[in-house]
Design a protein around this ligand. Sequence first.
Ligand SMILES: NC(=O)c1ccc[n+]([C@@H]2O[C@H](COP(=O)([O-])OP(=O)(O)OC[C@H]3O[C@@H](n4cnc5c(N)ncnc54)[C@H](O)[C@@H]3O)[C@@H](O)[C@H]2O)c1
Length: 251
Amino acid sequence: MTEQATTGPRTVVVTGAGRGLGLAMARRAGADGFRVVVAEVDADRGARAAEGLRTEGIDAHCVPCDVADPQSVARLAARVAELGPLYGLVNNAALANGVGGKEFQDIDVATWDRLMAVNARGPWLVAKALHPLFGPVGRIVNIASDAALYGSPRLAHYIASKGAVIALTRAMARELGERGITVNALAPGLTECEATEAVPAERHGVYAANRAIPRPQQPEDLVGLAAFLLSEESRYLTGQVIAVNGGFTMN
Ligand SMILES: NC(=O)c1ccc[n+]([C@@H]2O[C@H](COP(=O)([O-])OP(=O)(O)OC[C@H]3O[C@@H](n4cnc5c(N)ncnc54)[C@H](O)[C@@H]3O)[C@@H](O)[C@H]2O)c1
């Protein structure tokens, strides 16, 4: 493995940061002074996102990466090691676009397996490869979904994958606490962005009728919690699942 640099800005890796919620969280991390690595399976999208962040003055790097592929993830780890100390990882990449619509019995095995490989195995693979690069303090933020808390219909494979992300968060929090690394899950509600443009009006309606804060959710609504979970201030918070959804679900 490449020797880790010990000086320079702290690096935060955001998977799937080519657009949507990942890009919004990467932008905020950059604004907070972190070096940002956009780890994105769509290399062109990732490159455009990193270029856009650089025009905003952010130290952003794109590393093409498929989080479901161990070799691709190993290449990400090698590149991150060259860049300098790793401080944060936001496991955001997922198949979240156009995945709903079928009842559980109609989902085919190949679709189930692919979604699990990206959404559930991916965050584990990335954390497994990157954890040796963390310094004495680290932050892992796993992006779950409030669909797994609410139990949204016609999304069984997606919900199961996000349930796995929540359980993984707790397992990793137990194992990484001694090393000063916190692991938390952020569970967004239905957010207005590219991935949810095709979500049926009926599902938007369920959210609209049941939020405590009665307005549509925007990507920018998440970035404050993501920034807090990445900050020094959250040092004693770990193994938690926090829903940011205008009160659509409540613990
Ligand atoms: N948008 C919402 O309403 C919503 C709600 C709850 C949870 N989430 C979660 O938030 C996260 C971001 O969602 P989004 O709406 O921005 O989705 P999106 O589809 O717009 O963005 C996901 C990004 O991840 C990338 N990606 C997909 N597979 C990948 C892989 N194998 N390796 C690396 N990158 C990959 C995509 O190319 C894309 O750029 C996801 O984990 C999603 O499940 C979103």
